[in-house]
Design a protein around this ligand. Structure first.
Ligand code: MG
Length: 349
């Protein structure tokens, strides 16, 4: 088992190891005086993993309950959080008890938000079971739900007490959702690690998945430690995301996964930045080749003008422009604001 320590306002460990999901109880027990644990999971993950996690928690002395919601982004809203609160209240969870988020990004974001707000905040543990959640959303303490007008618009910074990553859970993850996570994995290589990018080129990600997960988690840890509250450096994690979010919005959050949208956004942006001479020549082509190798999109059939106009209202827009993350070369990036007035010329639309 590998341990990666995160030193944020409240520090915690990320554990990576095969089969450790079955040991959740003994791994959590030393960290808390909780009497009760509430496992929050969805209709896809609960039937496969909830029983094992619950028995492990019970064995370690936690009085454990289970809350299951309908799988999918559509559930990630305040009305579901309200049902979680009711479950916590009905099962007598107090301020010293604990929530265990068992599932993908939707589960972690929403159970984390419930933990951040129930009784003004109780402890929670992340057990991410999708690649996207393991390499990205379970680390960093961002919790949120969606509003009808947009994704992740209501949330809180709330660090978990522990993150338990068991790569064995990826064997039950549908291929489309494995690709979803790979979109973020490629992003980490692009912004911070040429060696990771090159390993993904040379080898098959599935064969080296333990290393891939720990490399991505380490990069995210480093960035988050420097900027827990997302006021500066953390923005580099948004490479590919501004155009990606626009694509997700234009697709009505269906058909295109988050990771696929990020992949397409990264490729489109890098072709443009390379044409302006701010990215090393050949970068876009190498990025496209890697994305294609893993079945990820490198562009969109939608007109670029529509994608650009859909970036308006992005959470990362400040004042009259948008901060974009550009690569100067593979493994290295910088943030530059493009003024609204300059957008049409910059993107050639
Ligand atoms: Mg993302």
């Amino acid at each position: 088992m590998k341990t990666i320590h995160v030193s944020t306002g409240r520090s915690y460990d990320i554990l990576i190891g095969h089969g450790i999901i079955e040991r959740a109880g003994e791994l959590i027990r030393p960290l808390t005086k909780a009497i009760r644990a509430a496992v929050v999971s969805d209709t896809n993950v609960a039937p496969i993993y909830a029983q094992g996690v619950i028995s492990s928690l019970e064995k370690s002395g936690f009085d454990t309950s289970l809350f299951v919601f309908e799988a999918g982004e559509a559930s990630k809203r305040l009305s579901t959080v309200e049902k979680i609160y009711s479950h916590l209240f009905d099962n007598n969870l107090t301020r010293t008890d604990i929530i265990v988020a068992l599932g993908g990004g939707v589960t972690g974001d929403m159970a984390g938000f419930a933990a951040a707000t129930y009784l003004r905040g109780i402890d929670f543990v992340q057990i991410p079971t999708s690649l996207l959640a393991q390499v990205d959303s379970s680390v960093g303490g961002k919790t949120a739900v969606d509003l009808p007008t947009g994704k992740n618009l209501v949330g809180a910074f709330w660090q978990p007490r522990l993150v338990i990553i068991d790569p064995d859970t990826l064997t039950t993850l549908p291929e489309k959702f494995f690709r979803d996570g790979l979109g973020e994995v490629v992003k980490y290589g692009c912004i911070r690690s040429l060696p990771l990018f090159e390993r993904l080129e040379r080898e098959n990600a599935r064969d080296i998945i333990d290393d891939v997960i720990s490399e991505c988690v380490s990069i995210k840890r480093d960035v988050v430690e420097h900027d827990e509250r997302d006021t500066g450096e953390r923005a580099i994690l948004n490479f590919g995301h501004t155009l990606g979010h626009a694509l997700e919005k234009l697709h009505g959050y269906e058909g295109l996964t988050h990771g696929e949208a990020v992949a397409a956004g990264a490729a489109i942006l890098t072709r443009i930045s390379e044409s302006h001479g701010i990215t090393e020549p050949g970068t876009a082509q190498r990025l496209e080749a890697l994305l294609e190798k893993y079945g990820l999109p490198t562009g969109s059939e939608l007109p670029l003008a529509d994608i650009i106009s859909a970036t308006r209202g992005d959470k990362k827009s400040t004042g009259k422009g948008i901060n974009f993350v550009f690569l100067d070369k593979l493994g290295s990036c910088f943030i530059r604001k493009i003024e609204s007035a300059d957008m049409p010329e910059f993107f050639g639309v």
